[in-house]
Ligand binder design. Structure first.
Ligand SMILES: [Zn+2]
Length: 179
């Protein structure tokens, strides 16, 4: 297992490439576009992604736990897929599809009221999750409030420094998705 993180709000032309890829995948057929939607999407978003393997993510979670940037909680389940199959999904009213997509997005973005920072469950599975800008902002505040010696120790690790840069970047771009 590994983690692919991506800016929630992409600039153009990456944003269009993502929508185009999602629309093409929704159709369920093999992509016949040139360039291929997936290739185009991956090429144009490469600069807005952060890849972590399982050990790297465990390392980042550990630093975040020690500085109070994440909190432990149980996640609410994702909505059940309310369609009979792929044909039903494809032929369903747009309003039915939109309702499902909205419910799935809300589940991806869930947080625990009253808690500060990022819920740890968003950094332990591929969700898909959305870590919002407010969660990141709170996490960065907790980091700044943690002890200078602890921060100095963590910042000896290049991965941690890259992770902090990622958080400081994405806080200005709607947060990031985890998949
Ligand atoms: Zn396509």
């Amino acid at each position: 297992m590994s983690y692919e993180l991506e800016w929630a709000d992409l600039p153009e032309p990456a944003a269009t490439a993502r929508s185009r890829f999602e629309a093409c995948s929704d159709l369920g057929d093999r992509c016949v576009h040139v360039p291929q939607c997936l290739n185009e999407y991956e090429t144009l978003t490469a600069a807005y992604r952060f890849h972590l393997n399982i050990a790297g993510m465990a390392n980042c979670r550990d630093g975040m736990r020690r500085t109070g940037m994440i909190y432990h909680a149980a996640s609410q389940p994702f909505p059940d897929w309310p369609f009979q199959g792929f044909n039903d999904w494809q032929s369903a009213d747009q309003s039915r599809r939109d309702a499902y997509i909205a419910a799935e997005r809300a589940a991806s973005a869930q947080t625990i009221p009253g808690m500060l920072g990022i819920p740890e469950f968003k950094l332990t599975s591929n969700g898909p999750w959305l870590v919002g800008a407010r969660e990141i902002d709170e996490a960065l505040d907790c980091y700044q409030a943690s002890s200078p010696s602890l921060r100095a120790e963590l910042e000896e690790n290049d991965l941690w420094v890259a992770w902090l840069d990622w958080l400081r970047q994405t806080v200005h771009h709607g947060g990031f998705t985890v998949g």
